[in-house]
Design a protein around this ligand. Structure first.
Ligand SMILES: NC(=O)c1ccc[n+]([C@@H]2O[C@H](COP(=O)([O-])OP(=O)(O)OC[C@H]3O[C@@H](n4cnc5c(N)ncnc54)[C@H](OP(=O)(O)O)[C@@H]3O)[C@@H](O)[C@H]2O)c1
Length: 311
């Protein structure tokens, strides 16, 4: 079998498409024949060694987090899945391995793919959807029937689009920013008022919000906090250690770290099945072209949606 892996932390040149042998799933793990994998910024952040305290020194390391596919093996104690189930999910950050013909993942990081949701759409959901959910629901307490005004900075990025769609599903109104080229897509998502981040000084915006989610990691904490009304919450997707310390003192500041759970993945599956959660797909390539595409996105190529790899 083939997968994208690397033998040392570093730049795009370290990525290789190589043969590997899939290990059998361990306790509470499933083996999945991958149909589609989605590319996320975390893929190259991990590969660059940014998280090496967590991801360790063992090589080769497999790349990729998010996938959809079919369960081909179940480890001891697995209760959520059986052979042949259509699923989507994410590999654990310590293991990676979604940019591959097959992957092993924890069963709590996997959900059944609804029949009405395509494998392509399902593969886009895990990291952006879980991160949006962690912020809005787990940290900011968004729930159905409680009307709130949400502001999403970067509302047409992957986490941004997931946040807009989930917030609207829960009944919130959503304002936000995006780049000039994405204005129409943001309007179609129902984002109103909408600000062009290239021409707007957010510290001069007059409106105030219950939840401000910086999904593009480009806001200053001061600007984010300044957009809040009384009792509001600022969700920070780029949490440096200092921000966790600051968050202990300032309860309005909530750092978000993508943390998957079975109930969240099931919630994303439910939202997708109801037609309320779907991310824009911009480009799909085969596994043989994936290294080139990852390097291009990492180098700043803008796609205007998710990039997928078909196995
Ligand atoms: N904390 C966590 O656990 C976690 C989890 C997932 C992602 N992340 C991080 O979150 C960020 C977004 O991830 P993603 O997958 O959503 O990436 P993405 O799909 O590339 O989206 C990034 C978005 O940011 C927008 N943007 C760029 N500059 C901006 C600015 N100055 N103001 C407002 N928006 C701006 C881009 O718009 P244009 O394309 O129009 O420029 C794009 O829509 C990445 O840094 C990623 O590493 C963190």
């Amino acid at each position: 079998m083939k997968r994208i892996q690397y033998h040392s932390y570093g730049g795009p040149e370290t990525m290789k498409l190589e043969d590997f042998e899939l290990k059998p799933p361990g306790r509470s793990e499933v083996g999945v024949k991958v149909k589609f994998a989605a590319i996320n910024p975390i893929d190259w952040k991990v590969r660059s060694g940014y998280l090496k305290m967590m991801t360790g020194k063992q090589f080769p390391r497999a790349m990729g987090s998010d996938f959809s596919g079919i369960v081909t093996a179940v480890g001891e104690g697995v209760t959520r899945f059986k052979l042949g189930d259509a699923v989507f999910g994410m590999a654990h950050i310590k293991d990676g391995g979604a940019l591959a013909e097959a992957v092993v993942a924890r069963e709590t990081f996997v959900a059944k793919k609804p029949e009405t949701v395509s494998y392509e759409d399902a593969a886009c959901l895990p990291t952006p959807g879980v991160t949006a959910w962690n912020g809005l629901v787990d940290k900011a307490g968004l729930k159905p029937g409680k009307h709130v005004d949400v502001f999403v900075n970067g509302c047409t990025g992957a986490v941004g689009e997931a946040a807009v769609r989930l917030a609207r599903m829960f009944g919130a109104t959503v304002a936000g920013t995006c780049g000039h080229a994405s204005m129409q897509r943001a309007r179609d998502l129902g984002v109103q008022p909408l600000f062009d981040y290239q021409t707007t000084d957010l510290s001069a915006v007059g409106e105030r919000f219950d939840i401000v989610y910086d999904t593009s990691a480009t806001m200053t904490v001061a600007t984010g906090l300044g957009l809040l009304r009384k009792g509001g919450v600022y969700l920070d997707i780029a949490p440096a250690p200092i921000k966790f310390i600051r968050a202990l003192i300032n309860r309005k500041l909530k750092p978000v770290i993508c943390t998957a759970r079975a109930d969240i993945l099931d919630g994303l599956a439910g939202a997708a099945a109801q037609g309320q959660l779907r991310l824009t797909i911009a480009e799909t390539v085969g596994l043989g072209d994936a290294v080139r595409l990852i390097a291009a996105i990492e180098g700043g190529r803008k796609l205007g949606g998710k990039a997928l790899v078909a196995m």
